[in-house]
Design a protein around this ligand. Sequence first.
Ligand code: FAD
Length: 395
Amino acid sequence: MTTTRAKAAAPDAVDFLGLDALLSDEERLVRDTVRGYVRDRVLPNVARWFEEGVLPRELARELGELGVLGMHLEGYDCPGASAIAYGLACMELEAGDSGIRSFASVQGSLAMFAIHRFGSEEQKREWLPSMARGERVGCFGLTEPDFGSNPAGMRTFARRDGTDWVLRGTKMWITNGSIADVAIVWANSDDGILGFLVPTSAPGFSASDIHRKLSLRASVTSELALNDVRLPARARLPLANGLSGPLSCLNEARYGIIWGAMGAARTCYATALEYAKTRVQFERPIAGFQITQEKLANMLLELGKGTLLALHLGRMKDGAGLHSAQVSFGKLNNVREALAIARTARTILGASGVTLEYPVIRHMNNLESVLTYEGTSEMHTLVLGQQITGIAAFS
Ligand SMILES: Cc1cc2nc3c(=O)[nH]c(=O)nc-3n(C[C@H](O)[C@H](O)[C@H](O)COP(=O)(O)OP(=O)(O)OC[C@H]3O[C@@H](n4cnc5c(N)ncnc54)[C@H](O)[C@@H]3O)c2cc1C
């Protein structure tokens, strides 16, 4: 007996594997809502923001209204969304610009997550609802001028003085630093690495912006100076002890990057595909040349695989949970491949690929930062190496 099967529909040129069908109605709704915001608010303006090196402060409230700040956190007026919904939001934000996704990641996955996981009840009530609404902005100070990949060596020090803490040190490359109302500052102490909630109005705290960046220009990056900042005992995050505190926050943000990078890659691929179909050379569209088709096909493969990987890791995170090395697997692969897609897309656009008239070089430059922050590609390679061999090769 033979069975007849319906003929499979022709695959979409962007969602080639039909991953849309793997999402629930609720997940699709989140995705479409964020996609609509990016289409209406970000895309018409982001090239100018990038060129001028600004991120309008009012975006914070808008992203709060959209429900993407602290999106996957429960309680304290946070949406309590699934890991998949949060990932989809990151993907759509970064399809617009990595700077916008970075804002949401730092606010939600680094600053708010640190308070949510390690804070006292009083700290959570004080900060989380207004941060979820985007009324108050947070930043996350781990990196220092002399300690990037190896934050364990940090020099910022928290000294006990009676019941107070006195913080001294410098933090470098801090996203949202000069627009923040509160800085989560990680500092060494006689009791090891501790975390502090530092109101940016505290005497002795200052933030100055890092200029002349050619990447993540629609994102504020600052240096924080802590010059004997005196804090009451209640400013310490009571449940954070040791480097595992900041590393667990980074794990959350890295998860969002796994999705976000594929958003940037999707924009680059779709832009290159459209351009190739309309740009005529030698009396035919450049999409008709074999070399262009090979480029597009390879981009399609990595976009499909990377998005599938994000979805798989998201389902794991919503289920039994993700090991940090599995997060490294996703971050390493998806950012590396997104950057390769962006660079290839750039070549397809020819000279047009080097201007801000098209989104490609903006994404390409942004992804250079994404490759470096939240653990460089080399660090994630070493995490995987250690996990599979049992031998640490970091030093
Ligand atoms: C735009 C931007 C925003 C950022 N935002 C934040 C933020 O909000 N908060 C925050 O705390 N930090 C932030 N960072 C800092 C970021 O996390 C660091 O830049 C990153 O951890 C790398 O540190 P580094 O730049 O000091 O490089 P280094 O650690 O000096 O590394 C330089 C190179 O050496 C390699 N390397 C180092 N050690 C090894 C080793 N053992 N084996 C092999 N290779 C090695 C690295 O992989 C890299 O290629 C941001 C960075 C950027 C660019």
